[in-house]
Design a protein around this ligand. Structure first.
Ligand code: FAD
Ligand code: NAI
Length: 473
């Protein structure tokens, strides 16, 4: 039976935004349900995003290391080294299954009701659910949180067919069963470079086709220049300022026709597999937003106020479906802040302190402002730079490519941005995030004792360079 106020909070979507919001909501004592249509919790991130991609990145990194770096450490492998792709895929699937199952366990532990089905907003306080196993439910709730995430943006000249296996999106690229000889990646963004790295390490010749003049255009220019040079050394080919105007699937692969971005002579090239990775867009299909008068912007993002509230006061939205970076940890922070607000607390997300990491080798990690952004805003700043080639641990490890760059406000010395390319950058950036969150100066960090020998000393020395001089460079 349904009755008014059956739930305090119903969350539609069980990704990192939705499931975290649901758990936090239940922890705050609110009666909570989560509706997910995929059949498994964890959303894009756990099922077809962050987790499976990192599993393949780790496996392919081990293989590449064994082939190219073990010998440097005196490890002799008698006989050939080969890759069992199906075993690698199996390991990936097991990590995904374990983690999605883990969230279902957490739902039980904290008392979140889980409905497997597609949710539709049927009123300001009601959600209809078409259950996967047939039948339907109607849930009444004081508050509703939309956390329906995002999907791949189609690229009209290159229609994706994951089942066909020749033109794939990121989901298809996670399921490739044999190493392609030649692979094209359309879009030099995060997905293209991570998935490109996986198949490049396993032996594919990877060509990245990017519309703009550089890869990862929203990141710090100095960082992405270094990144592109490093990937080139690894065998990546880059066609920047290039657009794809046509594709044709043949028995031999996919023929791509490209042109200079600004127009010019077309060129044709054949690839075994083409990965389309030119961005993602919010997913709100069949949610019933229009009937409730909830607006989306021109990119399809649900419009919310600073407290994640839509035009309907009882309905909120978080994660990839609203504005901001499409990142799992951003969605999680919003999930927590949103339900804290609903429960009457002061939920807040600091958008200046959201890190972004690219899990290639070396890793690339950033937080806060880029140099271009500071210049544009007319903010005077100091730059601190420190190369990993001058860091003792990186040298001892035999992997010392990259640098740490710290941007601090000229007058106050407050850290405004940190950009790292190098081994373990994704873990190192956490220290920079805390620095920004607590409003630290570069001198604060430079005077903080860092264990020796660690890679994080490179961050300390970059901070020393920002306000004075480093010791080891
Ligand atoms: P989603 O994770 O997309 O979850 C939304 C869920 O809602 C989905 O499961 C969907 O089935 C469900 N849903 C939608 N509509 C309905 C409905 N009407 N009823 C019921 N359920 C519905 N981010 C990182 O931070 N780090 C990474 O390393 C990283 N790697 C990535 C790699 C790849 C290949 C991809 C594609 C993405 C990656 N991302 C990464 C991005 C990350 O996955 C997303 O930012 C994150 O998943 C967004 O979380 P969300 O909860 O907003 O949405
Ligand atoms: P993206 O926005 O990161 O990169 C897309 C790239 O494609 C850009 O460089 C863009 O200039 C280029 N492009 C756009 N249209 C093009 C065209 N027609 N032809 C050629 N190039 C074109 O998008 P991506 O890589 O698809 O990733 C989607 C989202 O997933 C990102 O927002 C990212 O935040 C998230 N993600 C995060 C990861 C992480 O945190 N490590 C890993 C993978 C994805």
């Amino acid at each position: 039976p349904t009755f008014a106020d059956q739930y305090d909070v119903v969350v539609v979507g069980g990704g990192p935004g939705g499931y975290v919001a649901a758990i936090k909501s239940a922890q705050l004592g609110m009666k909570t349900a989560c509706v997910e249509m995929r059949g498994r919790l964890g959303g894009t991130c756990l099922n077809v995003g962050c987790i499976p991609s990192k599993a393949l990145l780790t496996s392919s990194h081990h293989y590449h290391d064994a082939k190219t770096h073990f010998a440097d450490h005196g490890i002799v492998i008698d006989g050939s080294i080969s890759m069992d792709i199906s075993k690698m895929q199996d390991t990936k699937s097991k990590s995904v299954e374990g983690l999605t199952g883990g969230i279902e366990y957490l739902f039980k532990k904290y008392g979140v009701d889980y409905y497997k089905g597609k949710g539709k907003l049927t009123g300001p306080n009601s959600v209809g659910v078409d259950l996967i196993d047939g039948g339907s439910e109607s849930l009444d709730s004081k508050n509703i949180v939309i956390a329906t995430g995002s999907e791949v943006t189609p690229l009209p000249p290159v229609p994706v067919d994951n089942a066909g296996g020749k033109i794939v999106d990121s989901t298809g690229a996670l399921e490739i069963q044999a190493v392609p000889e030649k692979m094209a990646v359309i879009g030099g963004g995060v997905i293209g470079l991570e998935m490109g790295s996986v198949w490049s390490r396993l032996g594919a010749e990877v060509t990245v086709i990017e519309f703009l003049d550089r890869i990862c255009p929203s990141m710090d220019t100095e960082l992405t220049k270094k990144f592109q040079t490093t990937l080139k050394k690894q065998g990546f080919k880059f066609k920047t300022k290039t657009k794809v105007v046509r594709s044709e699937v043949t028995d031999n692969g996919v023929v791509l026709t490209t042109e200079p971005s600004k127009g010019g002579d077309p060129k044709e090239e054949t690839y075994d597999i083409v990965l389309v990775a030119t961005g993602r867009r919010p997913y709100t299909e069949g949610l019933g937003l229009e009937d409730l008068g909830i607006q989306t912007d021109k990119l399809g993002r649900v419009e919310v106020d600073a407290h994640f509230k839509t035009a309907v006061p009882s309905i909120y939205a978080i994660g990839d479906v609203i504005s901001g970076p499409m990142l799992a940890h951003k969605a999680e922070e919003e999930g927590i802040a949103c339900v804290e607000t609903i429960a009457g607390y002061a939920g807040h997300v600091n958008y200046d302190a959201i890190p972004g990491v690219i899990y290639t080798y070396p890793e690339v990690a950033s937080v806060g402002k880029t140099e271009d952004e500071l210049k544009e805003a007319g903010i005077a700043y100091n730059v601190g730079n420190f190369p990993f080639s001058a860091n003792s641990r990186a040298r001892a490890n035999g992997s010392s490519e990259g640098f740490v760059k710290v941007l601090a406000e000229k007058d106050s010395d407050k850290i405004l941005g940190v950009h790292i390319i190098g081994p373990n950058a994704g873990e190192m950036i956490a220290e920079a995030v805390i620095a920004i969150e607590y409003g630290a100066s570069s001198e604060d960090l430079a005077r903080t004792c860092h264990a020796h020998p660690t890679l994080s000393e490179a961050f300390k020395e970059a901070c020393m360079d920002a306000y004075d001089k480093p010791i080891h460079f």
